[in-house]
Design a binder for this molecule. Structure first.
Ligand code: C2E
Ligand code: MG
Ligand code: MG
Length: 271
């Protein structure tokens, strides 16, 4: 039985019954999962809009807790706030590079996309990435780093310098969730990004909501005018893929093209 004394402020405090461990906070659960290495990776195909070929994969963190799967949208912010995203992010990169290197080509997908939090972009990040690539025997020009919020990058800490060093070695940069997070047009001008990933919220409404359709068309044109690839996120229907083909969007990702899965997809898929 659990005793629930009233606190002075009227809130209910929960104490464990004798002999039972105290209930863990969510942060403690995330910390324990990180320290015990309980995460694994899912891989979602990146598909060529023109012909349906799988040209790459995005590695996505997965955590099957005792209470069931937990979304990274919930636990990645905790990893970021606690600084655990540093070691976990290193593991993501090393594990994904090793897995793709082991599959080899031409059977395996070409590009590997890995999400990077602003917090990871500390001095030494470029050396860490290059060392990981070398250890895995994975070529730099097959790695894409996805950044969500360039406005949050700390220039004083040399974050952009780390990225420039990686770019000079052939690593590609993708701007994730474009159109929603802290990415401005000034960021696109300031820095050479290889691709923009058009946020799923625009793709979702593009075939039945005129404004969303116009935004996706404009973002594809903007990417091309700046010499970048356009990648559509969250493609869930044949109609969306058809429309993206008409707009000459380069790459697509979404449940219709392939959901995230534990194993790597094969290079080609039926259209
Ligand atoms: P993201 O990088 O934008 O990843 C795409 C998200 O959209 C994934 O959610 C994916 O499962 C989901 N998705 C893919 N296709 C569809 C679709 O057709 N419809 C819908 N509704 N959703 C789709 P997920 O796996 O829950 O990841 C959420 C976010 O967590 C990621 O968004 C990324 O920002 C972050 N994240 C995941 N793995 C990592 C990681 O290794 N490091 C860091 N720093 N962040 C990560
Ligand atoms: Mg991403
Ligand atoms: Mg995204």
């Amino acid at each position: 039985m659990i005793w629930k004394p009233k606190r002075d402020d009227g809130a209910v405090a929960t104490l464990p019954a004798a002999g039972l461990p105290a209930a863990q906070s969510f942060e403690e659960q995330v910390r324990e999962a990180a320290e015990a290495g309980r995460f694994h990776l899912g891989y979602q195909p990146l598909v060529s809009v023109a012909d349906g070929d799988v040209v790459g994969v995005e590695a996505l963190l997965r955590w099957d807790s005792d209470a069931g799967p937990v979304s990274p949208a919930r636990f990645v912010p905790v990893l970021e706030a606690t600084g655990l995203i540093g070691p976990v992010g290193e593991w993501v990169l090393a594990d994904a590079c090793a897995e793709l290197a082991a599959r080899g080509r031409p059977d395996g997908p070409g590009l590997l996309s890995v999400n990077v939090s602003a917090r990871q972009l500390a001095p030494g990040f470029a050396d860490l990435v290059l060392g990981t690539l070398a250890a895995a025997g994975f070529p730099a020009d097959r790695l894409c780093l996805e950044l969500t919020n360039p406005a949050g990058l700390d220039d004083a800490a040399g974050a952009w310098g780390e990225l420039r060093e990686l770019k000079a070695c052939g690593v590609r940069l993708f701007l994730d969730d474009f159109g929603t997070a802290g990415a401005s047009l000034a960021d696109l001008r300031r820095f050479v990004v290889d691709a923009v990933k058009i946020d799923a919220s625009f793709v979702k409404g593009m075939t039945h909501h005129g404004d969303d359709g116009a935004i996706v068309a404009a973002l594809v044109d903007l990417a091309h005018a700046l010499g970048m690839l356009a990648v559509a996120e969250g493609v869930e229907t044949a109609a969306q893929l058809e429309r993206l083909r008409a707009l000459r969007c380069d790459l697509a990702q979404g449940f219709y093209c392939g959901a995230p899965a534990t194993g790597l997809p094969h290079r080609s898929r039926p259209r």
